[in-house]
Design a binder for this molecule. Sequence first.
Ligand SMILES: CC(=O)[C@@H](O)[C@H](O)COP(=O)(O)O
Ligand SMILES: NCC(=O)COP(=O)(O)O
Length: 246
Amino acid sequence: MSLSLRHLRLGVNIDHVATIRNARGTTYPDPFRAALIAQEAGADGITAHLREDRRHISDADVARLSEELTIPFNFEMAATQEMLAIALRHRPHAVCLVPERREERTTEGGLDAAGLHNHLAPMVDKLGEAGCRVSLFIEADPRQIEAALRLKVPVVELHTGKYCEVEGEERASELRRIADMAALAAKNGIEPHAGHGLTFDNVGPIAAIPQIAELNIGHFLIGEAIFLGLHESVAEIRRLMDAARG
Ligand SMILES: CC(=O)[C@@H](O)[C@H](O)COP(=O)(O)O
Ligand SMILES: NCC(=O)COP(=O)(O)O
């Protein structure tokens, strides 16, 4: 089957359901319930980011998602010993290593896999040995793809933040950069994913990149759920992704 016909998986990030919950310290809205609705609406997997400051997803959320989800759980985490221990305890389907700074409002860039090789290598090995599919959240940069090769990770997730922020020729240039790095990763046996900042309006050209196997999308979908409901919000991005693949 040609690449362009391959099913493009959708990972729904439920972090910001927990943001609303934590705003009042209640038990609702329940991120796990959101995960089940996203699954019904067409999500192939669920992504959740346990941040060091627990501003949204909690340790209990991670435990429940790991134990009760019937679709793949992609656990996003900083490359720290604390998070490694949590990941090894729960052994989620996938672990994505992301950069993290407490003062950031959201993820601001990709992980410097090239500069952090010696720090990352033992973690990548331990997570792989535990049966987790390890990915690195990186910029679309050849140095980072080479670093991913050296680390022997099966997946990279290309950061689409700048693509989403810029317009016109700058966006076209960002799209080319992402497409080129997706092709380079795939050519070297690494499965390319993409995510951050994707919306109904900008997902199409990213979804049309044939080598990309999975998109992780969250903040926009949770926002749209306020107006459309979560099921329809997820179903719409699913429709747009499928339409872009033709
Ligand atoms: C790595 C990435 O872009 C997101 O998956 C990450 O979770 C963003 O952080 P917040 O969800 O805290 O905005
Ligand atoms: N890794 C990207 C992700 O999981 C979702 O990012 P966003 O759509 O919440 O910006």
